[in-house]
Design a binder for this molecule. Sequence first.
Ligand SMILES: Cc1cc2nc3c(=O)[nH]c(=O)nc-3n(C[C@H](O)[C@H](O)[C@H](O)COP(=O)(O)O)c2cc1C
Length: 181
Amino acid sequence: MKNILVIVGSGMKNGNTYHLAKSFADGAKEKGNEVHLVLLGNKNIHGCINCQQCQRDHHCHIQDDMQNLYSLFLKCDVLVFASPLYFWSLSSMVKAFIDRLYAISTRDEYPFKETVLLMTCGSKSSYAFDQPLAFYHFLNKQLKWKSLGVVLAGGCKGKVGEKHLDQEKYNEAYRLGNRMG
Ligand SMILES: Cc1cc2nc3c(=O)[nH]c(=O)nc-3n(C[C@H](O)[C@H](O)[C@H](O)COP(=O)(O)O)c2cc1C
């Protein structure tokens, strides 16, 4: 059984990214894994300001909702990044979360994690996710983390607040969740 932290970097509580992440979480729970799904849209997480106090004191001095997420991060075996594509990148909510992990590093060493990337976007183009996908693999390589899989759901168009996701993408995320543990 694994401890899985799913970070959803969308402001839409019922949006495409949440539903893709929820499918993954359901698949993982079905196999007895412990899953914590966190909606960053409900949180106040400031970007890292490079004050460097964390490198001296070993904790982040910015008092916001990230303080509650550090313990979840440290406990998890699998870290799942779920993000809408914003201007061909990860959303700033996910990026702020990643940048704030700097506070738990010592000499640029990070605790080992297995990772997953789940993304949604409006475009159906084959290259829409190239930039965040490259970043995700680069991050894993640099931090010596291991990717367990990726689900990329393009063509998510429609009215704000309604989910617009191919059933096949839900199934793909569920199956990937099912393979955890
Ligand atoms: C600020 C912003 C930027 C976006 N940039 C892109 C983009 O670069 N390419 C794209 O295909 N879709 C883009 N989209 C569309 C979203 O990626 C897409 O609708 C996504 O499924 C929204 O997820 P959500 O329902 O979880 O919010 C953008 C949406 C917003 C709000």
